[in-house]
Design a protein around this ligand. Sequence first.
Ligand code: GTP
Ligand code: MG
Length: 179
Amino acid sequence: MSSPKREFLFKVLIVGDLGVGKTSIIQRYVHNIYSHCYRATIGVDFALKILNWDKDTVVRLQLWDIAGQERFGHMPRLYYREAAGAFVVCDLGRTVTLQSVERWKDDLDSKVILKNGKPIPIFLLGNKSDLPPYGTRIQNVEGLGRELEFTDCYMTSAKDNVNIDKAMLCLIKEMIANL
Ligand code: GTP
Ligand code: MG
C-alpha cells in the first residue's frame, strides 16, 4: 500500500492596477486559456491549481484574483489574511501601472506577515511582454524589482504563455522553504 501524500495549501494573492492582466495570468496558468475580451473583476475571484510537486507531495494553490479597482477603496485585510505569497502585476504598455507598483507592494508589506515574523515572498510581474519592444520599460520594471526589494521579477505574457509557469514555480519553492 502506498503511503499517504503530504499536502501543502498555499494562499497566493495577485494584485495590481485595473486591466494589467491578473485574471488572464491566472486563466492561462490554471486552464491554459486566453481571451482578448476584458471583463473587470469585481471584488475578488478565486481559482485553485493542484500540482503533483513530487511523488509524495501535492501542492494546492488557492489563487486570490483581487480586482484592480480595489485600489480605490480600502482593501479589506480579510483578503490578505494568511497569504503565503503574492504577485504584484504591472502592464509594460502603460507607465501609470508601473507607478502604482510601490503602493501595492507597501500595501502587502503592511498587511501580511508570516507566522515567524518574516515577510511573504512577493514577485513583480511586468505583463504583456508580447506587445512592441519595451526595452527601457523592462529595465524600469527590473529596477523597481530591485529597489522595492521584491523576491524576484519576471516579464510575462498571458497571451503567449511566457514565464507564467516559471514565476509560479519559483514562488512555490519560496513558499515551501518558508514552511
Ligand atoms: P481587473 O480585473 O480590472 O483588475 O483587470 P485584470 O488585471 O484582471 O486584467 P485582465 O486579465 O482582465 O486583462 C485586461 C486586458 O488585457 C484584457 O483585454 C486581456 O486580454 C489583456 N491582456 C492580458 N494579458 C495580456 C498579455 O499578456 N498580452 C496582451 N497583449 N494583452 C493581455
Ligand atoms: Mg481581473
